[in-house]
Design a protein around this ligand. Structure first.
Ligand code: GDP
Ligand code: IMO
Ligand code: MG
Length: 435
């Protein structure tokens, strides 16, 4: 069996959770490689709804191992409450979840530090999830972060924590963002968290590589999306981790030579939450209709998602950065009621066609999308699970996206449930997931 990465090809919320849950049963292990509890992956199984934030969606498949890789930032309070919610919904977590000893630990002070970038005059507000994700990654890169292994080493943790947190208090007080915080009792609380997570902690890179060597297969689960990637996204309106395919290697310790394929999840349209440029944003009634039909409200913050039309140049860009073998087109059913569907097929700037994704926000904001209009199919695709049963115009729409992006659409999602999914026979997708 292959080792495959499934990740978001747009600005997040593409439906990765549904897809990872659906295909997790074909793999032995599902490993998350970056991000933290800024992610919100909603999975419906029958009447039951699960929202996964830190834990890979593969946990919902009995007997599968789920890994929180070294590339994540881990808020133990968020993790433990997610575990409790899953266990009380009947999902077995103990014994199936493995946490990297090299993942970084997120503290309440990181949330306080986020006010530096988000709330202060003169700073660009990103519209983050306010979970402290960016400041925790800042500590990691600045080489003063506290890792899970450090948290478990009580003596070391105490001294290191006290020194790192003292710096944060000084900064917070200097810049007027301090909010009352009892650092001592937080430290005690984290020591108690440490004992609760200790049985799940191991060297997950060793575990994954041993498993691969023994012929087991791994599904790497991305959070956020490529356009939110710290390097390749719409910087600075991005998250602070490597959401793109390369992040799967650095975020788990599995080498690129062990990975067999990369699958990009993309909505049949596009959304983004928070600030930042968005060339195909539909600020009219059509955007409102997409939001309503697609129930486009953030799973973590409840914010309305900004909605717009499928962006081919953006997808071509993320296909190159990730080397997509296949696309998984989700939420096709959301477009069922449109008589006409717009697709952005090119970018122009100052009247001239441009081929590459501009590097700066200022330039992306100047992009003039070139649209082509496709006829809608005006009939329900909701729940269809056979490609042959799709209306002709829906097939034409998919063929158009494949032709323009240059990537096959090997899987199509027509509803939130597992069985509301089409796998194209003979596709690269089917080969990679063994469908
Ligand atoms: P993720 O962050 O990429 O996992 O995506 P989210 O879970 O944040 O957002 C996707 C939402 O769309 C979830 O509520 C899913 O249940 C839902 N969803 C996924 N696929 C489909 C689909 O094909 N059709 C419809 N109507 N909803 C879907
Ligand atoms: P999933 O995994 C959509 C966005 C935030 C903000 C920016 C930075 O569910 O697709 P952060 O808190 O990460 O520093 O915020 O990134 N963002 C997401 N948008 N889906 C997500 O995750 C996101 N995680 C972060 O809205 O614009
Ligand atoms: Mg989401």
């Amino acid at each position: 069996m292959a080792n495959v990465i499934i990740l978001g090809s747009q600005w997040g919320d593409e439906g990765k959770g549904k897809i990872v849950d659906l295909f997790a049963d074909r793999f032995d292990i599902v490993a998350r490689y970056q991000g933290g509890h800024n992610a919100g992956h909603t999975v419906f199984i029958g009447e039951k709804k699960y929202v996964l934030k830190l834990i890979p969606s593969g946990i919902l498949r009995p007997g599968k191992k789920a890994v929180i890789g070294n590339g994540l930032v881990l808020d133990p309070a968020a993790l433990l409450s997610e575990i409790e919610a899953l266990e009380s919904a009947g999902v077995k977590v103990a014994g199936n979840l493995f946490i990297s000893n090299r993942a970084h630990v997120l503290f309440p002070a990181h949330r306080m530090m986020e006010k530096m970038s988000e709330g202060r005059e003169g700073r660009i507000s990103i519209g983050t999830t306010s979970r402290g994700i960016g400041p925790c990654y800042e500590d990691k890169i600045a080489r003063r972060g506290i890792r899970v292994a450090d948290l478990l080493d009580t003596g070391f943790f105490r001294t290191h924590y006290d020194s790192v947190m003292a710096e944060k208090l000084t900064i917070a007080k200097t810049f007027g963002i301090y909010s009352e915080m009892d650092l001592g009792s937080i430290r005690d609380e984290y020591e108690r968290f440490a004992e609760r997570i200790r049985p799940m902690v191991c060297d997950t890179a060793v575990m994954l590589n041993d498993a691969i060597r023994a012929g087991k297969s791994v599904l790497f689960e991305g959070a956020q999306g490529t356009m939110l990637d710290i390097d390749h996204g719409t910087y600075p309106f991005v998250t602070s981790s490597s959401a793109s395919a390369g992040g799967a290697c650095t975020g788990t310790g599995v080498a690129p030579t062990r990975i067999d394929g990369v699958l990009g999840v993309s909505k049949a349209y596009i959304t983004r939450v928070g600030g930042g440029p968005f060339p195909t944003e539909a600020l009219d009634d059509t955007g409102e209709l997409i939001r309503k039909r697609g129930k486009e409200f953030g799973a973590v913050t409840g914010r309305p998602r900004r909605c717009g039309w499928f962006d081919v140049p953006l997808l071509r860009y993320t296909a190159v950065v990730n080397g997509f073998d296949s696309l998984i087109i989700t939420k096709l059913d959301v477009l069922d009621e449109f008589t006409e569907i717009k697709v952005c097929t090119g970018y122009r700037m100052g009247g001239k066609e441009i081929c590459d994704m501009p590097p700066t926000v200022a330039e992306i904001e100047k992009v003039e999308p070139v649209y082509e209009l496709l006829p809608g199919w005006n009939s329900s695709t909701f729940g269809i699970s056979e490609y042959a049963e799709l209306p002709g115009r829906a097939k034409d729409y998919l063929a158009f996206l494949e032709e323009r992006t240059g990537v096959e659409a090997g899987c199509i999602s027509t509803g939130p449930e597992r069985n509301q999914t089409i796998v194209r026979a003979g596709s690269r997708f089917a080969r990679l997931v063994g469908a």
